[in-house]
Every structure is written in C-alpha cells, then in structure tokens.
Write a protein that binds this ligand. Structure first.
Ligand code: PMV
Length: 330
C-alpha cells in the first residue's frame, strides 16, 4: 500500500470538495513520555510500538484552508516557495488525499518556537486534517482524524486532544487499528520546562533515522518490547497518580531510545554539548533532592519534567526554561 491507499482506506470515498468558504483548525504539539521510534511500515507510518504523550495546551498550529486560483502556502505570515521542503511535503500529502483536488491556499501559524525542537509537523498535520474536515464537512470521528494525521506524520496522530494521549500501535497491515486516544486522567502537578539550548541543525530527520536504526542497530531488537512495557507502566502511573515514578520512567524511556539511535551505524547522535551538560545538571539537582527529570526527541533540546510544587527551585536552576503546566488550560 502506498500513502494514497492508506489514506483512502480511512477516507471511505470522501473527497476534497469545499462545502464552505474556508475551514480552520487548531491542533496542539505533544511531547512523548513513552517514545515512538521505529516503523513497521513506512508509507503508513505504522509504528513498532505504542507511545504515550502529554499535550502542550494552546501551543501548536492553526491552519486555515480556502479554495484558491493557485496552490499557495503561507507559513507564519510568509509565502512559502514551492521548492521548499515544507511546501512539497504538504502538497504531496494533499495530492495523496485526493488526486483531483481543487487548488488550495493553506495558511498555517505556529505559536511555538520551532527552534525549541518541538515537532510542529505533529501539530501541523493534525491541524491540516482538522481544517479539511471543516472545509469539506467530512464529519470525521476522532479515530479517523488521528489515523489521517498519522499518515501525514506519525506522532501527529497524538495531537488530537489535551492531556495524556496513547497511540496504540495496532496489528493490522492497513493501519486501521493504529490511532491515538486520550487518557481521561489528569495529573495536575505535572510541569514541563522547555529548554532551547541550541539551534544546531539536526543530523537526520526522524523517518530516515528510524529506517537506519531498524537496519543497523544491534540493540533495536529489544526496543519494541521495552517500549511497549514502558508505555504500560506509564499508563499505570497515570492511573495511580504516581508522578515521580512516571517521570523516572519517561527519562529511562528517552535514554533507551537514544541508546538505539547512538548504536546505529552510522551513529545518530542528536545530543550537543549543551544537551549533555543539561543531563549532568539534572542529575546533580536530583542528587540534591530535587525531583527533576528530562526527556529528549530527535533533536538537541531538552524538556524538563518535574512536580509543579518544585517549580520555583527548578526555574531558579534553569532560568531560561519555558514553563508549561499541561493541565492548566481553559
Ligand atoms: O512523528 P515523527 O516522524 O516526527 O517522529 C517522532 C519521533 C520522536 O519525536 C523522536 C518520538 C515521539 O514519539 O514523538
């Protein structure tokens, strides 16, 4: 199956046919506490393991789509050149959704610092599907929304709700059982500190990185089993309200994912000196009694995880951290 086949399996005959002047949707970014690393199918973005994320409320992408004379992309107020990777990826996806689509003007505004290493592709694809759903009145269920976003960019399937969200890897070849669902259990004391350490270029994108890891990493065999059990433990800590156990598991999960990246040939090292210095600082703070943990994705920046009741001490140690309280939103 190619991307278009995966999409049409869920679109079930829906086409890109505007039913109103424009369609809009906001979608938030998410940070995985139990990571997704490894695809069992590349065009469908079908993962080798479950993952579980926390949404950053009100941080993300707003997309508005209008029928237009020509294809046009406006990103954060600026028109994007058709040669640009962002433009190409977007219209390749829209063409795969509907080979006979009308010309479209797609405007996206991200209210997150892209330099912070937050996956704006996740909020972007979730917002894109939502905006099409609005424009064409598709009446998508949340599950269909999640599946279509997943085909755009894997982790986008988790950008469909606030709070904790779990992506079930699924078993089926057509991907219809691979989607995310919110976990209706808040943890009001969870706090996140976003650290923008460097804007160094990523050595490799996530799709190519995952492919290389699967092909050459001798540790990868043990990853899916560990990752699934780890997500299970995280889900249990959410249920029992054990925040510190959850944060500890999230850090172990991230370090294990990075171990598989590092053990790839050629090695994938997203860490920069600033990342490693931050890891040491977090450990030193922990041995001084502060419950601060960290997670990292396919980039050099670090996300601190802690109990909001220790917010003053954490922010004193990291004055540049942007504080996010995921369960404090309207
Ligand atoms: O969905 P992608 O292709 O951006 O991959 C995301 C991979 C990680 O951010 C490293 C982990 C995750 O689960 O978000």
């Amino acid at each position: 199956m190619n991307k278009a086949d995966f999409l049409s399996a869920t679109l079930a005959g829906r086409r890109i046919q505007p039913m109103q002047a424009s369609g809009s949707q906001f979608a938030p970014v998410n940070i995985a506490l139990g990571k997704y690393w490894g695809k069992r199918n590349i065009p469908g973005n079908l993962p080798t393991n479950d993952s579980l994320s926390i949404t950053l409320p009100n941080h993300g992408s707003t997309t508005t789509i209008t029928a237009s004379e020509t294809d046009l992309v406006i990103l954060n107020g600026k028109q994007v050149n058709p040669e640009h990777a962002f433009y190409r990826r977007l219209f390749e996806f829209l063409d795969a959704l509907d080979g006979n689509r009308p010309r479209l003007r797609v405007e996206t505004n991200n209210n997150i610092a892209t330099a912070a290493g937050l996956a704006s592709s996740a909020s972007g694809f979730a917002a894109l599907i939502g905006a099409l759903n609005d424009l064409c009145q598709w009446q998508l269920t949340d599950t269909e929304w999640s599946i279509l976003a997943r085909i755009g960019s894997g982790s986008a399937c988790r950008s469909i709700a606030n709070g904790f969200v779990r992506w079930h890897r699924g078993e089926r070849d057509n991907g219809k059982d691979s989607f995310a669902q919110p976990i209706d259990q808040p943890m009001p004391n969870l706090a996140i500190g976003l650290l923008t350490l460097t804007d160094a270029e990523k050595p490799i994108g996530s799709t190519a990185g995952m492919k290389q890891t699967l092909a050459t990493c001798p540790l990868f065999n043990s990853w899916p089993q560990f990752a699934n059990a780890s997500v299970e433990r995280i889900a249990q800590y959410i249920e029992t309200g054990d925040l510190i156990a959850l944060l500890n598991e999230a850090e172990h999960n991230a370090m294990t994912m990075h171990a598989t990246m590092i053990a790839t040939n050629p090695s994938i090292l997203y860490w920069q000196p600033e990342s490693v210095a931050t890891m040491h600082k977090v450990r030193a703070l922990r041995s001084d009694g502060l419950d601060v943990y960290l997670t990292m994705d396919a980039g050099p920046n670090v996300k601190l995880l802690f109990d909001r009741r220790q917010q003053a001490d954490v922010l004193a140690a990291f004055p540049n951290a942007e504080l996010i309280l995921p369960f404090e939103h309207a």
